[in-house]
Design a protein around this ligand. Structure first.
Ligand code: ZN
Length: 412
């Protein structure tokens, strides 16, 4: 069998692949933080599907979690032996976020709908498509009798949407991933599959509370206007942050760190009161060169000056933060192999990029592993009417098959 024949074999399987995705998406897999019962049932479905597809090395790693009915969160690891010792992993997650506002959906989120070359359902993109694509990509080469160039591991994990404790971190602690392993996490992507994310910015969400003193709107000198203090502090802060943390890196789009004041809370119902309290929040995405603690320190220093001149109190706290674990080299083996496979299947070159959001490639990079985020997705995850293109599903399955086979399959 050569590459072209294998790609054709996968294309011939399209109905089966789409059907497997739909069957899986019928099973709700929401974590307990979001009021769900976890991934147990979906895990059982995938275990039997893996068996049906002929995989014999399938292991179940369960993390104890008393909050779900079964008391356990499943993690499934499928392995196929290759001719080299390194393992290439595709790590996808079984859990999904809830459907959100049901009235915004055109069809029921847990009754997958195939229409106009798309599959609509909650979890279709995040992370259903590439879980199924990796499974059928691997099944295709095994069925064709092709030995993968490296060992291949597929990990279907739990708990990605809330902290990774019972999923990726649990498997990392169990020592499942080895030092030289190569990791692909289909947790980010462009609609044309042309972007391989090798680094991400750190994310810091910061809450600001300004406490002044409320008074009548006609006698502002009797109070301290928390709204006006906020405005002056914010303007000063943004200027100083952008001036001090001004590096740029062309891997990213936009290349600089971004400092965005975003959410502002209401400060009172009426116009004729000087507000005594103002609360707002900021969304900062900073290059990995910077420490988010240094950003907080600068904000605190600026706040101190404004407190001194106004008599207001300015309280700052992190609402959330995700510290970037640095970069996987754009020349790393995992980038090269994936890029080659994308070119072989799609006839174009995918570029290594940096992204502004946190992905679950980060925990792997923190452990010193080379990890990239890639997939071919429309960007509908977490939305109402979440969908994937069947063409993207099939493209990714083919890319995985070619990447897994590597040099052990001829062209033609
Ligand atoms: Zn998600």
């Amino acid at each position: 069998m050569n590459v072209q024949q294998m790609l054709q074999a996968i294309a011939d399987d399209e109905d089966k692949v789409v059907n497997a995705l739909c069957e899986m998406l019928k099973i709700k897999a929401v974590g307990p933080e979001n009021g769900g019962t976890g991934e147990g049932e979906r895990g059982d479905f995938l275990l039997s599907l893996a068996k049906q597809l002929g995989f014999d090395d399938v292991e179940l790693y369960e993390s104890e979690d008393p909050r779900v009915p079964s008391g356990r969160r499943p993690n499934i690891v499928i392995r196929v032996k290759g001719s080299a010792d390194t393992t290439i992993w595709v790590v996808t997650h079984m859990d999904i976020v809830p459907e959100g506002d049901l009235s915004a959906w055109n069809s029921p989120p847990y009754e997958p709908k195939v229409m106009d070359g798309r599959v609509y359902a909650r979890g279709a993109e995040d992370n259903g498509q590439d879980l199924i694509a990796s499974l059928y990509g691997l099944a295709a080469i095994v069925r064709a009798g092709v030995t993968p160039e490296c060992n291949i591991g597929l990990a279907f994990v739990s708990d990605e949407e809330y902290g990774n404790t019972h999923g990726i971190d649990f498997l990392l602690n169990k020592g499942i991933f080895k030092k030289d392993d190569l990791i692909v996490v289909p947790d980010h992507g462009y609609a044309d599959g042309s972007a391989i994310a090798v680094v991400e910015k750190s994310v810091a969400w910061i809450r600001v509370v300004v406490v002044g003193r409320q008074t009548h709107g006609s006698t502002p000198d009797n109070g301290i206007n928390a709204f006006e203090v906020s405005a002056r502090f914010l303007a000063d802060c943004m200027d100083q942050l952008r001036a001090k943390f001004s590096k740029s890196d062309e891997l990213f789009d936009p290349p600089q760190s971004t400092f965005v004041p975003s959410k502002c809370e209401a400060n009172g119902p009426n116009i004729n009161t000087v507000p005594g309290r103002q609360e707002f929040a900021c969304d900062f995405r900073v290059l990995p060169d910077y420490d988010v603690e240094d950003i907080m320190s600068l904000m605190k220093a600026v706040a101190g000056e404004h407190e001194k001149t106004t008599g207001a109190k300015i309280e700052l706290s992190f609402l959330d933060r995700s510290v970037s674990a640095g970069k996987t080299s754009p020349d790393a083996e995992v980038v090269k192999r994936l890029r080659r496979a994308i070119t072989a299947v799609g006839g174009f070159d995918a570029k290594p990029i940096g992204i502004g959001g946190a992905t679950c490639a980060n925990p792997f990079r923190r452990e010193g592993l080379d990890a990239v985020a890639w997939s071919t997705i429309p960007g509908t995850g977490h939305d109402a009417n979440e969908y994937v293109e069947i063409s993207g599903l099939m493209f990714d399955a083919k890319v995985y098959a070619v990447m897994f086979a590597g040099a052990n399959i001829g062209g033609g």
